[in-house]
Design a protein around this ligand. Structure first.
Ligand code: GTP
Ligand code: MG
Length: 199
């Protein structure tokens, strides 16, 4: 059964990838969601597609353990990545995902844009800046999405935006526009659909 979301068209899970040679052929426009473990990547995919459990989510950091490919219409791949940073999994396993994640981010020719999720409450951490630097070096454009806006007071949102803008100014491949979202409340989801539709 094909799921349908208003702007994005039918979307279905294709496969989970655990090694670079398992990637589907690079023959579609591709975009992905990257960010620290637990930032809300999988939840955002569900919100965007209007599906409750298309991507698996959890309270436990390290829920997504493979590079999960979703087919969007016949022209795009939407990709849910494992988180970076702390995860509740053995160190050796986490290291393996991180290597795969970095290889994917810098080596995928059809990757049109990385949506880099940052928890609005915490702001960009050192590990986020490491990934930004990696994307700069690989010349892969990325756009920042602040998540879990429902957890922030109005006044804290402006502070979080200011801090994030300062960080992005250091990164030449960053899109200056920041998307504010709450998967829980649906805020920003339509805006992000619009951005995706333009890819
Ligand atoms: P990993 O796969 O472990 O890297 O995590 P992830 O980035 O995919 O996060 P996931 O979507 O699994 O969400 C982690 C937790 O945050 C879950 O308990 C979600 O319910 C919660 N969460 C996600 N988005 C939001 C949001 O917009 N608001 C609130 N309040 N909670 C959220
Ligand atoms: Mg996930």
């Amino acid at each position: 059964r094909k799921g349908r979301s208003l702007f994005l068209g039918p979307c279905d899970f294709l496969k989970g990838v655990v090694a670079m040679d398992g990637l589907p052929p690079a023959d579609r426009v591709e975009f992905c969601f990257a960010g620290r473990s637990n930032v809300g990547k999988s939840s955002l995919i569900n919100a965007l597609t209007g599906r409750k459990a298309l991507a698996r989510t959890s309270n436990t950091p390290g829920r997504t353990q493979e590079i999960n490919f979703f087919e969007l219409g016949e022209t795009h791949y939407m990709v849910d990545l494992p988180g970076y940073g702390y995860a509740e999994a053995p160190v050796a396993v986490v290291e393996k995902w991180q290597r795969l994640l970095k290889n994917y981010l810098q080596g995928r020719v059809t990757l049109r844009r990385v949506f880099l999720l940052i928890d609005g409450r915490h702001g960009a951490k050192a590990v986020d800046e490491e990934i930004m630097a990696l994307l700069d070096r690989a010349a892969v454009p990325f756009q920042t999405v602040l998540t879990k806006l429902d957890k922030l007071k109005k006044s804290d949102i402006e502070t979080s935006l200011e801090k994030t803008r300062k960080v992005l100014a250091k990164h030449p491949t960053a899109y200056p526009a920041i998307v504010l979202t709450s998967s829980a409340k649906g805020e920003g989801v339509e805006t992000l659909r619009g951005v995706i539709a333009g890819l």
